[in-house]
Design a protein around this ligand. Sequence first.
Ligand code: CP
Length: 306
Amino acid sequence: MPSPRHIVESQQFDLDFIAELFRRSEAFSHNNRSSELQGYTLASLFYEPSTRTRFSFESAMYRLGGNVITTENAREFSSFAKGESLEDTIRVLCGYTDIIVMRHNEIGAAKRAAAISTVPILNAGDGAGQHPTQALLDLFTLHQKFGRLEGLRVAMVGDLRYGRTVRSLAYLLSKFQGVKLTFVAPPVCQMHEDIKGFLNRQGLEWRDEADLNTVLPEVDCVYMTRIQKERFLDVAEFEEARDSYRLTPENVQLMSKNAIIMHPLPRVTEIDPQVDSDPRAVYFAQARNGLWIRMAVILYALERWG
Ligand code: CP
C-alpha cells in the first residue's frame, strides 16, 4: 500500500509543489466554499495551545465540505492523561478519520506519528522542531507582497532557539536564489547550528546581528517572533531574553517604505500595538492566508489535486 501524504517538515517541499500550492491557495482566497470533501473527516489532535493553526485547519476542512473531530487539549482530554502512548492514540484515530492534524510538545513527534499512521499526518508544530504549514503560509505572504521570493532580505528576530516557525521558514527560503537572512536574537536564543550548517551547504547568505536598528533599514521583511516563556527550562534565561527586541512606531521609521513586518503570532510585547496601523504590518493578513494554504494542503494530503 502506498504511504499516505504526510506533511512533516519543510525540507520535503519542492518548487513545483510550492507553485501549485500558491496557485490553489490564491484561488481559495477568492472562493472558499466547496463540497469536495463531503463525507471526509479530519481529526485535530492538539497537545499544545493554538488559536490560528487549529481554528484555520478546522475552518478549512468545513469550507471543503468535510467534518472535524477534535480535542482542544489532548494532554487533559485524550487518553494521554491515562498514560496512552502517542503511537497507540494514532493507531486508534486512523480507524475514525481520514486525516490527522497534530500539534505536540516534543520535537520529532510528527515523524513518529507518520511512521505508523495509515492516514496523512499534518504537522501543526512539534515542540521546538518544525511548523511546516506556517512556513508555507509565510512564504505565500512574502510572494503575495513582493511578487517574487528570489533575492529577498529577511531578518528573523526574537526566539530563534526554540522557534519552530523560523526554522521551517529558513528551510523553505533556502530554495530561492539570492535570499539573505539576518538572525537577530538575544544570546540565549540564537539560531541553532543545524540550520546555519544547512544554509551554508545550500550556499545561502546569512549573518548574526545583535542590533535590530542596524538591520531595519537593510531588509525587505522583518519577521518578529515571541520569546516563548513556556519553552525555557531556566527562568533566569527567559528573564534575560524577554523584552530584548521591540518594534515601535519610532524604530519602524527606519524601515524602507516597501518593507513588511511579519509575525506568526501570538505576539506579546515584541510589537507595539500602535504599529498595527502601519501599512507595512501584515501579520493579520498573514494569519488569514493560513486558511487558504491549509485548504490546499488538506486537498493535497488527501490526493485530491487533479
Ligand atoms: N502561528 C501559530 O502557530 O499560532 P497558534 O499557536 O495560535 O496556532
